[in-house]
Each structure stands twice: as C-alpha cells, then as structure tokens.
Design a protein around this ligand. Structure first.
Ligand SMILES: [Fe+2]
Length: 551
C-alpha cells in the first residue's frame, strides 16, 4: 500500500554552518596528525587475512560494472543515482542508436562515501539506507570501495566497518575486501587496481606489497584500469606549485615499478562533475564525482588542455551551465542562512571594539567616526590583535598556492569585511542615537545597536562572501570548491557504467540525471519496502558520453 511518509533522510550538507565548519576543521586537523603518524592501513594489513585479487575473469557474456563516487550527501541526489544504478536495465540513446545497458555485477565506490565527515550513523543514513532501498526487490551487485579524503577524516574507522567486513556486507549487498584497496581481475585480461592514497598521496608498504603480488599474476597482455581517490591530472595543473604534486605520484610509482605498464583508463571522483581527458595514445582519465555530493564547477579552472598532454573530450554539466550557476552566489545569505551567525559574531565584536573609545560627538560625522575607529585599531592592543587575527584567517582562506596572491587576495577580502563591519556598526549607532533618540552609552542603546549590528552584519558579511566567491571563480578561476559548495546544488548528478564485451573492448558510458526528484512515494517491490520518485519535474537518466577502449 502506498504510504506518504518520507524516508529517513538528510538534506544537502550546509558547508557554511558554523558547527559543520568547526567540526570539519577539528576532524581534518586530527586526521592530518594521526592519519600521518599512525596509518590505519598498516593496522588493517596486520589485523586482516591476506587479501588476493578478486576474480571475475571467468564471467560469461558481457561483463558490466558501475563506478560511482562522492555519494552520501543529501537523500534526493544520492538516492536518485542509486535507484538508476539498481535498475536491472537502462536504455540510453547514443546518436541514432538506442542501447540497453545492464546493472553492474560489481558496484565500485570511488571515494567520499559520506559527507560531511564519517561516522557509523552518517554512513548508515546518508549512504547505506539509499542504496539498501534502491536494491530492495532487485538483484544486488558485489560492492567494493576505496576511501576519499572525507572517509579518512576519522582515520578510516567507520569506512573499514562499512566496507571491509565481508561478514557484515553493505546495504544488503555482498562485500569482499578486507582492506581499503583492492584489485579485480576482470574478463578479457582487464585488471582493475583500486588504490588508497590516504590524505596526502602516499602509498603504504603493505599496499605496495599487495599490488606487487597481484602484478606477478598478470601476463604481458594484461590491461590496467586504475581507480584513484583524486584527479591528480587536474589538480597538478591547477596548483602547479603545490608540494604534493611535485614528487613522483603513487600511481606513477605503481605503473613504473610495480605493474611495469601504463594504465589505459583512470577512474576517479573527488571533483563532483564529469570530465573525460584523453591523450594522444588514447589513455582515458575520467573524473566522475557526481554520485550525490554538491556540484563542482566545470568552467573554472579551465581544464580543456592540461599541460601533461591530456585534452578534455567531455564535460558535464557544460561550461555555460556551470558559469550560469555561479551567479547563485549572490543569494549566498539565503542559501546558507546559518553562515550568518559567523558574520554576526565577527561584525558585532569588531564594532564593539572599535566603538569602545568613541565619544558621543564622534558618532554623527562619518569621517570623524572612521578616524576614531582607526585610531582605536592602532592604539588598543586587543582591537589590533583581533583585526590581525581576522586578517590572517582571510589570508589562510584564500585559494591559491602563490603566496603573494594569497596575501593580496586575503587582505582585499578582509578589508571589505572591515569596511562593512565599520559601516554596519556606525549605522547602528546613528540609528539608536539619532533616529531612536536613545542616550549614547546607555544599556538600552548598547543592546539595540548590538542587535542591529548582529542582524545587518549577518546579512552583509554573508553577501560579501558570496560576491567574493563569485568574483574568485568567475574571473580568477579560484575557490571552485567554496564557490560551489555554497550553492548546495543537488542536481546534475552522474555515474559511469562500464562493459567488457566478448571482443575484449571496454565501453564506458557516462550517464547523468539533470534534475533529481524532490518527492518520493513508498512502494513495495517484490515484497520489499522501497521508494519511487513522485516528482514530474525530475528528468530521467541520459547518456552524456561514451567511449570505447579497444584491445
Ligand atoms: Fe567529494
């Protein structure tokens, strides 16, 4: 019987909610300290049974598998993709041809399986529940996963519990891996190596040994697919001076020293869009991070031609759509209402410190009030320290690895907020003293002007951040993460479906959903409870790219 209850769900993460910001900062700091000094992968390797590659090479007929990454954010986006993946067959139109694709025998998660940070509860609600409902009453694939940075924020504890315990399974599907990396032996001598590069891009010794053992079972004609946690080919182009991208990468090391061959296909997520890059020898580097998390921009930074010889062959959403979406940053205060608390605090504290030495007579005249505020900033050590701390915060926040740009951009951004905080504070004083005729310095006047500063500061601060993000992404191609996480876009989702046919050709289908459903209806399917879309504005899955890699 139909039931109008909503599934237990989460909405898209509000990245500018001060609680999320603070908890994320705390988790990242801890993960960076403990992740690097006590590597969970070593403990996993010691504690678990030796792991071999998982063999699917004897499968008869076409072998289908699905790759999805950056899932486990809001219910609508995560479940829409999960439900499309779980459909036994899915017709896609390719030019004049309609092709029928089949649900994968194997489902691979490419990293960032939960947002904003991992815990047992969040994995269950944001990731397992949508996938369990999607597979209800349908055939279940075998599930594998590698961790992305978000999975690493608790040093992999919840990830290991979710994906590396075969006796437990994932979302009613079978799991087999016992470590955070694995290899699959696929039909037609294709091999898939899924690599865990932790937070920094480092390989641990047991992982190297594992892949060395796998490599001994590969013959000369074996062909390689790499699943990696981030699109280094894009990031090293965008941040050429970042120390992480200067050394030999973990994947290069595996290609040159372990597998002694080049991978022909790279699959990754981390950036929440679809882009395919190809070089002259036909190597495919696919970024497919549209499994549920907020959308990242495809128009900036420009990745059409990467310096390592790779050219962009496909992007979703297209650059025009992406550039148009960036304008939504002007609605920042409405899209991120909780961010207002942060600016309310910053602005009211700044105004309070600046007004401490202000005389009643100074308030009326703007230049006089500004002079007094600047005087206070220089002469009052507490005020000075407060402003320097905020300035340092904005410089740290600026997205560039060129130091001079960072200082310049951060200072400009901070000065905008200082100016706005002063104006908001001055306006509050003027209103209370002149318009409301309250006596300057009285408790009532202080409270009322404080309240005005809090409200105006929340709106002005959030709005300035929105404008700053829009300018950064649209003119400088920077802050692609911040300027789009702010928009919390649940649409433009996608995943990649792959087929190995009898000839040994690997066909890669990128499938997207432009608009995900917002409403759902409970339904029984083969005796199991599930949810089906109940939203006429939602769009069906469609093919956005297709490429064939031949032997
Ligand atoms: Fe992600």
């Amino acid at each position: 019987m139909d039931d109008l209850r909503r599934p237990k769900h989460r909405s898209m993460v509000g990245w500018y909610d001060p609680r999320v910001l603070m908890h994320s900062a705390y988790q990242i700091a801890i993960a960076n300290i403990f992740g690097r000094h006590s590597d969970t992968r070593l403990i996993e390797a010691l504690a678990s049974q030796p792991q071999n590659e998982f063999d699917y090479s004897q499968q008869a007929g076409d072998f289908w598998f699905d790759y999805v990454s950056d899932v486990g954010d809001g219910w609508n986006s995560t479940y829409a993709v999960a439900d499309a993946i779980a459909q036994p067959t899915l017709d896609v139109v390719h030019g004049e041809v309609r092709e029928t694709t089949s649900a994968g025998r194997v489902l691979l998660f490419g990293g960032d399986e939960v947002y904003p940070y991992p815990s047992r509860n969040e994995y269950e609600i944001r990731t397992e529940s949508p996938y369990a409902h999607a597979f209800a009453g349908r055939a279940r694939p075998e599930v594998y996963a590698i961790p992305g940075n978000h999975d690493w924020y608790d040093s992999l504890v919840a990830f290991s519990r979710t994906f590396c315990r075969p006796e437990r399974g994932f979302a009613t599907c079978k799991t087999r891996q016992t470590r955070s990396y694995f290899a699959l032996r696929l039909p037609a001598n294709w091999w898939l190596a899924a690599i865990d590069l932790q937070l920094g891009a480092d390989l641990d010794e047991p992982q190297v040994q594992y892949f060395q053992k796998v490599a001994t079972r590969m013959d000369d004609s074996a062909r390689l697919i790499f699943c990696v946690p981030e699109p280094r080919w894009i990031l090293e182009d965008a941040y050429p001076r970042h120390s992480n991208y200067e050394e030999l990468s973990g994947t290069q090391f595996l290609e040159e020293r372990v597998f002694k061959r080049k991978a022909q296909v790279f699959l990754t997520g981390d950036l929440h869009f679809y882009k395919r890059h190809e070089n002259a020898t036909g190597v495919q580097k696919i970024t497919s991070g549209g499994g549920g998390a907020f959308l990242h921009p495809t128009h900036a930074p420009n990745t059409r031609q990467l310096r390592n010889g790779f050219e962009q062959r496909a992007a979703f959403p297209d650059e025009k759509t992406s550039a148009r979406l960036a304008w939504r940053n002007f609605l920042f205060p409405f899209l991120n209402p909780k961010s207002g608390w942060l600016y309310a605090f910053l602005y009211s504290m700044s105004a309070w410190l600046a007004s401490a030495s202000l005389e009643a007579a100074d308030v009326i005249d703007l230049p006089t009030a500004l002079g007094a505020a600047m005087n206070a900033a220089i002469r009052d050590p507490l005020n000075g320290m407060w402003l320097i701390t905020i300035l340092a915060g904005f410089i740290f926040f600026t997205d560039t690895h060129v130091r001079s740009w960072r200082v310049l951009g951060g200072t400009f951004h901070a000065v905008l907020h200082f100016g706005a905080a002063f104006l908001v504070g001055w306006l509050a004083l003027l209103l209370t003293v002149q318009a409301f005729d309250l006596s300057y310095g009285s408790i009532v006047q202080l409270l009322v002007s404080g309240l005005i500063t809090v409200v105006l500061g929340a709106v002005a601060g959030s709005f300035i951040l929105g404008v700053y993000l829009f300018v950064s992404i649209s003119i400088f191609g920077r802050h692609s993460n911040e300027a789009f996480s702010s928009l919390r876009i649940q649409d433009y989702k996608q995943w990649v479906r792959l087929r190995i046919d009898a000839s040994g050709a690997l066909t890669i289908y990128a499938i997207a959903i432009d608009r995900v459903p917002r409403r759902w209806r409970a339904q029984q399917r083969n005796g199991e409870q599930t949810w089906v879309a109940n939203d006429s504005r939602a769009t069906p899955p469609r093919l956005i790219d297709r490429v064939v890699v031949r032997p």
